[in-house]
Design a protein around this ligand. Sequence first.
Ligand code: ATP
Ligand code: MG
Length: 452
Amino acid sequence: MIRRFLGKVFSGQLFRPAQLKIIPFKAHRIARERISRCAATTCEALQQHGFAAYVVGGAVRDLLLGREPKDYDVATGARPEQVRAIFRRSRIIGRRFRLVHVMCGNETVEVSTFRGPTDGAADDQQTTDEHGRILRDNVFGTVEEDARRRDFTVNAMFYDPVREEVHDYHDGVADIKARKLRMIGDAARRYREDPIRMLRAVRLAASRGLEIESRTRRPIRALADLLHNVPQARVFDEMMKLLLSGHAAEGVRRLRKEGLHHGVLPLLDVILEQSLGERLVMLALANTDQRINADKSVSPGFLFAALLWHEVLVAWKKIEAQGMPTIPALYHAMDQVLQVQAEKLAIPRRFGADMKDIWALQPRFLNRSGRRPYHMLGHMRFRAGYDFLLLRCTSGEIDAEIGDWWERFQHADEATRAGMLLKDTPGAGKKRRRRSRRRNKPAVAAASAVPE
Ligand code: ATP
Ligand code: MG
């Protein structure tokens, strides 16, 4: 115990005073013209009114990594009302911790007042829960305190666009150079304060090509379960950031490596542990990454439909085995899976509707006779359903021939299309056929898609 404590003291984990390093332009090379005009003028105006003001957080990290920041945050010594008074086009947002949105043209910069530590807060309200998770953190502080309450050293640098200096309290610049993601302070304690930091570590490491430093990494596996105490919506938001980071495949691989996939994405609990679902999931993630990196839009509904498809297949087969006809069984299975996920993950309703459309179209791709393929082409969600079908073909879940057929059918002329239609199921009488229009293909079609 004592040895561990002394070890921490000597390693600088405890009692290490923040050492401010001021990095001049010639060392970092971030010219003020390189940052968003809105962020630069906001800092300038605040400084002219006598307040400290810097670009902070992810934007400074990304600039030093040579990447274009997604958005800009400014941290200042001015209180929200003081910021509001300086900028005509600004508004105060947030109740618990008030921030100011400053608008220039169609750009918005988020301005927050330096925050301080919560321990020893003046009133006697509890600031952490029984696991050490911070419940309140709305105390103003100094710039040093603001740096210390940030998560990783590379996220705690302040850029002053007027002087073109980087103010670095925790050796973030050195860590950027070494491509290391290092927690500020004692990692286990910081994860207890906010378990989301474990997911942030994995996402930032995967998306920025950083290595999680060993002391930052080590406590994760043991503390992974603390994520259950975090409000679902926050976990969901963080998962969305990971899935839409352009590095989802790598991110999910790392989540698994750190033992973080349990309970984070309940769907991954099941899928990643079965080789059958995994190919489709990994293909869908790689696909999403490619689209994002090519600046194309992605549909979260489509991605979730892929992540949960295996679950649907298993439930579908089970319900069919209990004697329900194919299509009602599929609808039951979809509802079941969505309900479980909604409880655990809070998948917003609007994605649920997209997912259902995509899933419900799948058995209809197996009908390749009569007028049905023509109706399919006119279906509002044909494109998404078809892309999903291709994913299933590529993953080996269903015969690639089906995907090829639809590819040809879409682009063929009328005469060729007519020649491509398959003969109707033998023995299917007129009455059967009318019903099957709604119920589609016989049970075999679904069952053959379901792994044993
Ligand atoms: P990105 O914008 O790419 O998601 P980011 O680091 O900018 O990455 P934000 O969520 O925008 O992430 O947060 C802005 C900054 O706020 C971070 O850089 C970090 O300094 C601080 N921060 C965010 N979340 C936490 C947290 N859970 N604990 C401590 N500091 C945090
Ligand atoms: Mg950010």
